[in-house]
Design a protein around this ligand. Structure first.
Ligand code: PMT
Length: 408
């Protein structure tokens, strides 16, 4: 199992400059921008004048929260804008790139902001072409491509199919998620969960006694949120079902807020059918008061009800999903005060999980902390992790879950 800790730890937020040229596929650049942002990348956009016929700079400004320049002299505060853009970029990807812009860059022509920036950049340049099949196969285009490849420009191959002009052949912009994966690979960022749907539970559940009192536990949600965030960064489509916590929902994650175990089960069952990997990190209350009083219980009149709260068992979300998992990969946790590994292994079988993350809990131990010391328990293997940040534990859990999923 590769140690992904270093791989995922990006010291400085990388910046990708996305160049958009005048092509019907320009709208797909929005998806590329979002995909890169989801992976934790800062994105800036530069457009050609013709690109603005297809998508407005306002759209990219709203998506990136960055200024979007088109003309060489658009930004009066930056008289040499093409140089600052070129210097900021860790990767410059032009997607979609027309035959015209390819030709200009191949021949050193720099007559607008995008092509001037391409000439000025010393960072890796990547080109995702998109055009009519005959333009694509034209000897001039092929020669331009050859020239650019000789200079180290990386091409993200156009795909074959039905083209906007009605022709069929090669010339469709590569799938935006493939472009994102290629750019992230160039940056050294893993995107190995692309195409997978991951469901994560996090935080405590809250089981009402009356409108103001409840049973709960001290889960902060940090562990589950770290898993959701890491999965999204690695390209997964993530649904996070969260009990009440004080954390901000991770960006790019579909977050469903719930309170009780029964609400959490319902939200999980709704997301489950479209899920590939499930990670149940929530601290679900095992029991709930049989009756939640409609009004606040009073000491004077409801002493009996307050002193003897009758509890009933909550549904076991992990076991329910585990029993119905089919080809899905199911990861559960085991929060233990004693015999952590033995109890964790028992839960692996009892809850039909493929992997149990066993961790010791107690006062100021794991609950609410930023670190965790966990053992990953699988049917035929155990991996004891040293104490590490919950973010790093999350990466290790996802590494194992993906390996298990690929074996199914
Ligand atoms: O949220 P943090 O402050 O970051 O703390 C992290 C954590 C301690 C909550 C987390 O690391 C953890 O251990 N989560 C699981 C807590 C728990 O409920 O463990 P358990 O051993 O009681 O349950 C075993 C598994 O069954 C868990 O995956 C749990 O989500 C699941 N379960 C339990 C009861 C229930 N009714 N339904 C369930 O799905």
């Amino acid at each position: 199992m590769p140690d992904s800790t270093a791989q995922h730890a990006v010291a400085k937020q990388p910046t990708v400059l996305v160049g958009v040229t005048g092509c019907i596929a320009a709208y797909k650049s929005c998806e590329i921008v979002r995909g890169l942002q989801k992976a934790g990348v800062r994105v800036k956009v530069v457009m050609t004048e013709h690109a603005t016929e297809f998508v407005g700079p306002t759209t990219f400004r709203a998506l990136t929260h960055e200024p979007v320049a088109v003309g060489l002299f658009d930004d009066p505060s930056d008289p040499i804008h093409h140089i600052s853009l070129a210097q900021e970029a860790d990767v410059f990807v032009i997607a979609p790139c027309t035959a015209n812009v390819m030709a200009k860059i191949a021949n050193g022509i720099a007559d607008d902001l995008l092509t001037t920036t391409a000439l000025a950049t010393t960072s890796p340049l990547m080109i995702a072409p998109a055009m009519n099949v005959h333009m694509y196969e034209n000897a001039a285009t092929m020669a331009n491509r050859g020239k650019l490849e000789m200079r180290g420009v990386e091409f993200i191959e156009a795909s074959e199919g039905y083209l906007a002009c009605g022709d069929v052949g090669r010339g469709r912009l590569a799938d935006p998620s493939d472009i994102v994966t290629a750019v992230l690979a160039r940056l050294g960022i893993a995107h190995d969960l692309a195409g997978l749907r991951v469901l994560v539970t996090a935080g405590p559940t809250v089981e009402p006694i009356d409108p103001v009192r409840y049973l709960t536990n001290s889960s902060s949600g940090k562990m589950g949120y770290a898993v959701a965030e890491a999965a999204a960064r690695r390209g997964a489509d993530v649904t996070l079902v969260s009990g009440p916590v004080a954390l901000q929902p991770p960006s790019g994650v579909h977050t469903v807020r719930v309170r009780t175990a029964r609400d959490m089960l319902q939200a999980c069952e709704e997301a489950f059918k479209d899920t590939d990997i499930v990670v149940c990190a929530a601290a679900v209350a095992d029991m709930r008061p049989e009756v939640a009083a409609a009004s606040k219980l009073k000491k004077a009149t409801d002493a009996e009800a307050l002193s003897t709260i009758h509890l009933v068992e909550n549904p076991d979300i992990l076991a329910t999903l585990g029993a119905a998992k089919g080809r899905r990969t199911v990861v559960g946790f085991a929060a233990e005060t004693d015999d952590v590994v033995a109890n964790g292994r028992a839960k692996l079988e009892k809850k039909y999980a493929d992997l149990i993350v066993a961790n010791e809990v107690g006062y100021r131990k794991t609950f609410g902390e930023d670190t965790n010391t966990a053992v990953l328990i699988m049917a035929d293997e155990e991996v004891t992790l040293p104490t590490m940040s919950k973010r790093d534990v999350a990466e290790r859990i996802l590494d194992q879950a993906l390996a298990l999923h690929e074996r199914k």
